[in-house]
Design a protein around this ligand. Structure first.
Ligand code: BG6
Length: 476
């Protein structure tokens, strides 16, 4: 089997990491507008109000809001077939609980979508990529509340109705699977997804399970709603999954690794199998966690099954176990893998892990998979007119080779490959600009200075060749 001719080659971006213009066009303040710039050693700070002495990178992003035509032109020059972008909820409903949407917000996304279509680029729209109006957190307690599910569905409805003739591929949520009652989390991880800090949660297991459940139900309800508005919609949800390997072949470690990896799958089970998994409900019960499963929820699980699975893949990890003396890896936990290198930010580089994960997931659900994110965050050195990012080409080439094997040798139904951060943008976990992913360099620094000029890196022409040859150039 060859990579199909209609394979969706392209990239993924998120509104809060690129748009900027945080007070323009009627946008309301959203959760990420209260998060400062950090670094690999210094966690991002989350403030209750805006502190004039601190830097909040989402306020300016890379100013995609004003540069989108130029940026889309560059994506088109590379031959992009698709761009995954998110619609910022707080541009459409500035507080989240209004009856009527902000027309200027709708107009902005309508213009962006038109521009993509004009260039033959398929828009793939994410409805929630960490962009919740802050008012829904302060007033309703975020996803702890069922009311927030209703507000989210109203937002989805407005988007589906406005763009039903122009957008086919929808993503209900980005990476909700990081909400996990079993593991210790950092503040930034729970905050990014819910606007709530881990350290401030009252009953952590109960609250995290409730949030995860409500988001899962919301996704299924959005899928059902989308299909009722346009049966041709392709509805997906994106998961950020790391294969978890055992440290050695001790069966106890293998079991342990399996259980750690499995935590990332209960929501996919719920969205693909027609019901919220009984094993999870029983597990919760045994831990004293109580979830309210309504009749409407049961219907939503059975009627709101996904059309495709979105997969964000960056790294694999090694399961921790009691008595382990290996070093722990940064940020995501787990032990360091002696066979693999890490990026400067401590993310394990594991191309074969992509093939493994594609196989694992496809064999579990038999649904098409879209690789919705993959890329290397690195420090780039700008020369006069370019950046020689051979390390990025190397990383992407190795991952694409594994994807090709998964498609051509393992017969995985893969819809597309959307590279994360085709243009440099703000890092979600650290808030830095210095952690760059793009084929296109943006002249902006962590302190906010810079001309915002766009410059093609060496990887730009390389990826163009990959797309033009539909992946054949990877063989050389
Ligand atoms: C993904 C997120 O998990 O990782 C993106 O969906 C994020 O929003 C990406 O940017 C890379 O992470 P970071 O922290 O390097 O930007």
């Amino acid at each position: 089997m060859k990579i199909k001719d209609n394979f969706l080659w392209g990239g993924s971006i998120a509104a809060h990491q690129c748009e900027g213009a945080w007070k323009i066009g009627g946008k309301g303040p959203a959760i990420m507008d209260f998060v400062t710039t950090g670094s690999v050693d210094k966690p991002r700070e989350i403030t209750k109000t805006i502190d004039a002495d601190k830097i909040y990178p989402s306020h300016t992003g890379i100013d995609f809001y004003h540069h989108y035509k130029e940026d889309i032109q560059l994506f088109a020059d590379m031959g992009f077939k698709a761009l995954r972008l998110s619609i910022d909820w707080s541009r459409i409903f500035p507080k989240g609980d209004e009856k009527l949407p902000n027309e200027k917000g709708i107009q902005f996304y309508s213009d962006v979508i038109d521009e993509l279509i004009r260039h033959g680029i398929e828009p793939i729209v994410t409805l929630y990529h960490f962009e919740m109006p802050i008012h829904l957190v302060t007033e309703y307690g975020s996803w702890k509340s069922r009311k927030v599910v209703d507000f989210y569905l109203n937002f989805c409805k407005v988007m589906f109705e406005n763009f039903k003739d122009r957008v086919t591929y929808w993503v209900t949520f980005n990476e909700m699977n990081h909400i996990d009652p079993q593991t210790e989390a950092t503040d930034i991880f729970t905050y990014i997804i819910s606007g709530l800090k881990y350290s401030e949660l009252e009953d952590k297991p109960q609250t995290l399970a409730t949030i995860g459940y409500h988001m899962t139900v919301a996704s299924c309800m959005a899928v059902e709603l989308g299909h009722s508005i346009n049966p041709n919609f392709k509805m997906g949800c994106v998961f950020g999954i790391e294969p978890v390997y055992p440290y050695n072949c001790d069966p106890q470690n293998i079991m342990n690794a399996f259980l750690q990896m499995d935590r990332d799958f209960y929501q996919i089970d719920a969205m693909c199998n027609g019901q919220f998994p009984q094993y999870k409900l029983e597990e919760y019960q045994s831990q004293g966690i109580d979830l309210e499963v309504t009749k409407e929820d049961v219907l939503a699980f059975s009627n709101g099954k996904l059309d495709f699975i979105g997969m964000n893949y960056y790294a694999s990890s090694v399961a921790e176990y009691e008595g382990a003396d290996a070093e722990k890896s940064k940020l995501f936990g787990g032990l360091t893998n002696p066979f693999l290198e890490q990026s400067k930010w401590g993310w394990t580089i594991d191309p074969v892990g992509l093939r493994y994960l594609l196989n694992y997931t496809y064999r579990k659900y038999a649904l098409p998979i879209m690789i919705t994110e993959n890329g290397l965050g690195a420090v780039d050195v700008k020369e006069k007119v370019t950046v020689h990012d051979f390390y990025r080409i190397d990383y992407l080439k190795q991952h694409l080779e594994q994807m090709k094997l998964a498609i051509e040798e393992d017969h995985i139904d893969c819809l597309g490959y959307l590279m994360w951060g085709p243009i440099d943008l703000v890092s979600a976990t650290t808030g830095e600009m210095k952690k760059r992913y793009g084929f296109i360099y943006v002249d902006k620094n962590d302190d906010g200075s810079g001309s915002y000029q766009r410059i093609k890196k060496d990887s730009f022409e390389w990826f163009k060749e990959v797309i033009t040859t539909n992946g054949d150039s990877l063989i050389n």
